[in-house]
Design a protein around this ligand. Structure first.
Ligand code: AMP
Length: 577
């Protein structure tokens, strides 16, 4: 008959209530042991809040507004119930549960139904995701409604959490790896390696369930299944990178774009993002380029795609993101947001894994495999001055910095090691004032944990918001901050409070972007608080004039024409874009 979805929902409920990691792992392992092999991957995905395996390109596309309409129609309950429950818990799923509990109509209906199973839920998700063509939106809504109409309040809570991608039980992927290692009696390291190779933890557990632990030894690359990519640590200077890599290293330009892995088999090409989602449709010109230029039958390649202006100059990262969001109107954005593409690694070719080969050899193979596609600019040197010059050249060409790659380094899937080191000039931290704050979600729903950060206008003395962050403070600091902010409240707006600008924090960020979000028309990218500046008054905070200056400096750098790259071991190549 299949395992009821109720069992999974009850498990998630218990996970949410505890923070004891061992206990959580034990509970999940118990469930996995008792599932059929075809239930394992769906269950693992759903416990992690995903409707499908990670590499799967299908998405549910059900917005919160649509969901509220459906839930209201189904339960015929006063929406106040939702609002009150949400204010109390800060959790959408729990608030939906409260609405279902308050609804009498629904109770009668579910008493008659047979229990919903894990596989039925998966099939429903597939139906919802696959609905296409005319009236697909209505069909999707009807399917969501049908699914929720047979759910108990607890099941509805978790269905909604999966539908909107907000699981928040505290059971993250690292704990799932532990649970799988425990369930199938395999070393954690082997589970991790298999996950990197197969690109999805649910698939690994399904394989273990079906074939047993011996199967892990044979896990290799599978074309069209994205793998977890190698990552870099930071070096402060090019000198540090050279020393770390034993006196000589390969420097490449570090491009500020999106990392992609490309899988090709015969004439078919798929492209995956850094988060392993399928972005093939967003990048048709790269698909065409690979089809045209790569002769190898099967390959997995890696590179960076950047947005450029009509002169070919690199544009900030946010422009590229617009391209990824416009999946449906891609032909339109194709002209408006032109891209350039650079390759920097090859992991697999014609049935052979290349990840154990040293960097220099992989780079050579890459050059031979993709004759007419540009590789990232590269030099091999042990000379600090030469490296510094190369860094300067990269920055003046509008790039972010350099990547240093150890010459004999193998490719370590999913590992942030020292074989790759990024060298980026750091932007100076800003001292900003907290002018408003919001209550957080889940565990943080009673704390003011999300802060609006403002710079002072030296001319008018007003504060202008330039960013928002919930990152950087410890739980203890957030609790203390909540108490301090509560004493400064001027106005309450639902879950947001406006406060007297008093508290100054030091903020790190990756970039200052142009943004319509705030009146200042600027926004910090990846803002995080590095410390609380008890020693500073708001009058001493960074000024908006200063922020504008830093913002403009970024563009001076980016404004220059990207010249043909110097490539010491690879001949200059034609631009693909
Ligand atoms: P970060 O995101 O700051 O940790 O830096 C690592 C990222 O730099 C990678 O994930 C790539 O997206 C990007 N990147 C840009 N240029 C290169 C390059 N030449 N080699 C490797 N990664 C690069």
């Amino acid at each position: 008959m299949g395992t009821p979805f109720r069992v999974l929902a009850e498990l998630c409920e218990r996970l949410e209530r505890t923070s004891k990691r061992n206990l959580m792992v034990e509970m999940v392992a118990n469930l996995l042991e008792n599932l059929d092999h075809d239930e394992v991957e769906p269950a693992v995905s759903m416990i992690l809040g995903r409707a499908f395996p990670r590499w799967d390109s299908r998405v549910l596309e059900v917005g919160w507004i649509t969901l509220t309409t459906i839930i209201q129609r189904l339960t015929k309950t006063n929406w106040e119930v939702f609002n009150n429950a949400f204010a109390k818990t800060g959790d959408v799923g729990s608030a939906v549960k409260a609405v279902f509990e308050a609804s009498k109509i629904y109770r009668q209906a579910t008493l008659l139904e047979k229990p919903l199973t894990i596989l039925e839920v998966r099939r429903s998700f597939e139906g919802i995701a696959e609905a296409s063509g005319i009236r697909s939106r209505e069909r999707r809504e009807r399917m969501v409604e049908a699914l929720l109409s047979v759910a108990t309040p607890l099941e509805a809570k978790y269905l909604v959490k999966i539908l909107i991608g907000e699981m928040r039980t505290g059971f993250y992927e690292g704990l799932m790896e532990l649970a799988i290692a425990k369930t199938f009696h395999v070393p954690l390291e082997d589970v991790r390696k298999a996950c990197m190779m197969m690109g999805d933890i649910g698939e690994v557990s399904a394989l273990l369930k079906l074939r047993g632990k011996e199967a892990l030894a044979h896990v290799g690359f599978t074309i069209f299944r994205p793998v977890k990519l190698m990552m870099a640590q930071t070096a402060k200077t090019v000198k540090e990178a050279i020393i770390e890599h034993g006196g000589k290293t390969a420097f490449e330009y570090k491009l500020d774009g999106a990392r992609i892995q490309i899988h090709k088999s015969g004439g078919e090409v798929k492209i995956f993002s850094r988060r392993l989602t399928d972005v093939t449709q967003s990048l048709p010109e790269i698909v065409e380029l690979i089809q045209r230029e790569v002769k190898a039958e099967n390959v997995i390649l890696e590179g960076e795609v950047i947005a450029v202006d009509d002169q070919g100059n690199p544009l900030p990262f946010q422009h590229l993101m617009r391209r990824f969001k416009r999946i449906h109107k891609i032909e339109e954005t194709r002209g408006k947001i032109p891209i350039k593409f650079f390759l920097f690694d090859i992991l697999y070719r014609n049935g052979q894994s290349l990840i154990h080969k040293p960097y220099m050899e992989r780079r050579k193979i890459l050059g031979e495999t993709v004759d007419e596609i540009r590789l990232t600019a590269q030099i091999v040197t042990g000379d600090v001055e030469v490296a510094e010059e190369f860094l300067k050249q990269g920055l003046s060409n509008g790039h972010e910095g350099l990547m240093a790659k150890r010459l004999n380094g193998d490719y370590t899937l999913g590992v942030r090691g020292k074989k790759w080191l990024k060298v980026k000039p750091v932007l100076e931290p800003l001292d900003l004032v907290i002018v408003a704050a919001e209550y957080g979600y889940g565990r943080r729903h009673n704390w003011l944990s999300d802060y609006y950060l403002a710079a002072r206008d030296a001319e008018t003395d007003k504060f202008h918001v330039i960013g928002k962050t919930f990152k950087g403070l410890t739980d203890k600091e957030i609790m203390e901050m909540t108490e301090r902010l509560k004493k400064l409240v001027i106005k309450e707006e639902h879950r947001r409070v406006i406060v007297i600008p008093k508290i100054v924090v030091e903020v790190l960020y990756n970039e200052i972007q142009k943004s319509p979000k705030y009146e200042s028309k600027m926004a910090l990218r990846f803002a995080r608080i590095s410390r609380i500046r008890e020693d500073k008054t708001p009058e001493e905070a960074s000024t908006i004039q200063k922020v504008r200056e830093i913002y403009e400096k970024q563009f001076q750098r980016r404004g220059k024409i990207t010249k043909e790259f110097v490539n010491h071991d690879v001949k200059p190549r034609r631009s693909p874009a």
